[in-house]
Structures are given as C-alpha cells and as structure tokens.
Design a protein around this ligand. Structure first.
Ligand SMILES: [Fe+2]
Length: 235
C-alpha cells in the first residue's frame, strides 16, 4: 500500500500555461490547487486521489489544473464532489501541435467524467467556490512538458461576464471546433451520475472491485466500449 502524498501547485508554477501570464503578479504566489494522491488503491490497477481547485480568475481565465498527457493508454475516472467543472480533453495523432479532437466534458456535483485513453486533460473551475474532484487513475507516468510547450491546452476557458468563452490557443498549429459533452451512465463499469453513486464505492464489491476498475489500467481491452460516442452525450 502506498502512502498518501500531498502536492501543491503554486500560482507562479502555472505561468507557462496561462492565457495571459502577465495578469498573474510576480508577488502573487499562493496555492493554485492541491492534489491528495493515493488516498486509496486497488493493487496493480488504480489509485484514488482528491484535487481541490479554489475559485479564482487570472484576468478573465478561470482557475484550472496544469494539464497533462499520460505516457501510456491508462485512463482516469473523475467525479465532482463539490463545485462545477469543465474538463478540457484533447488528442493528437502524430504532431502534438495538430489537435484532432477536443472536448469539454461538463460536470456538476455528483457527476462523473472519464478522460478517454490517449487524451490529455485538465480540469477548470467554472464555479464561484472550491472545485473538489475525486478520481481513480491507473498507475501512470505524466507528461506535463507537451502541454507546457504549447502554453496550455488547445483552448483557454474565459469568463465573458454573462457567458463562458472558449479562446483557441494560438500556439497550436490546428485546433478543431470544441464539442460539449456530458458523461453517460456506463453500467458495465459501475459509472453512474448522482452523488448517491460515489466513485469511492468502486474500491470494493459489490459496486466495485478489480473487475470494475480494470479498464483504467488496461483500456486496450475495452476499446469497443471506450469510444466518445459510448461514453458521452453531446450537449
Ligand atoms: Fe490524468
């Protein structure tokens, strides 16, 4: 059993991936978000983490996590415990500057979001209070460098006053139109929207256990199930 691990991402650490880094004053270096890793684990398959992203804005941009690709096909399953999230997720084929698919998965408290295999992802706090996320993730190595190289994900999510705006990141060579999605219930994987079905329950049978979490570590075995169309509905 691994020990829990707390890591804080400071505001200045976020500068390389912000829409307008100059809007973050140099003297401003408080905690941008905190990740509590390994709060639980199913050996060989997945671990359980919690992430807390306080509400804030840097200029017009909503607070967010740094974003990463996984160095492998392993997937994540998120749940919003409190607050309101947009998950930006994107995929390339050969060139990381040339994004082939990009989605926003919207989730309010109790709702789930799978980040699909081979997609980068980051979480955005579009609400006015802390965004608290739980996740199960297969044991992965993270690639933060690719996101850093292009100064963030392929869209920036901005507060436009009465609406939320999506600003294409000009550092990418090509960026597709963004589609908005919501997680479907996936009974085969024990995924069900609603706070009465917390993903923590996937740790042990009958709701969970190794069979229900195997797809996180071995998504290649579940390719037919893990398509965008099967996982989400467009909204
Ligand atoms: Fe991830």
């Amino acid at each position: 059993m691994m020990n829990p691990d707390v890591s804080q991402r400071m505001a200045q650490d976020m500068k390389p991936v912000l829409f307008q880094p100059k809007d973050l004053k140099t003297e401003n270096n408080d905690v941008f978000y905190t990740v509590y890793r390994n709060l639980g684990a199913v050996p060989e398959l997945a671990r359980y983490d919690i992430t807390v992203i306080p509400a804030r804005k840097v200029g017009q941009e909503f607070s967010k996590t740094f974003g990463h690709y996984h160095r492998g096909p392993q997937s994540d399953l998120y749940e919003v415990l409190d607050g309101h999230a947009y998950f930006l997720t994107q995929r390339y084929e050969n060139n990381p500057a040339d994004i082939k698919e990009a989605y926003i998965i919207e989730a309010a408290a109790g709702e789930k979001a799978v980040t699909p295999p081979n997609f980068a992802h980051l979480a955005i706090n579009i609400g006015d209070k802390d965004l608290v996320l739980a996740n199960w993730v297969g044991f992965v190595e993270y690639d933060y460098e690719t996101i850093k190289k292009y100064a963030g994900g392929c869209y920036y999510v901005l507060d436009g006053g009465n609406n939320i705006e999506f600003e294409k990141n000009p550092n990418y060579k090509s960026v597709p139109e963004l589609k908005k999605l919501k997680q479907r219930d996936i009974p085969e994987l024990g995924i069900k929207n609603g706070a009465e079905y917390p993903i923590w329950n996937l740790k042990t049978p009958p709701a969970g256990g190794p069979k229900k979490l195997d797809w996180l570590a071995h998504p290649e075995k579940y390719q037919e199930l893990l398509t965008i169309k099967n996982l989400y509905e467009e909204i």
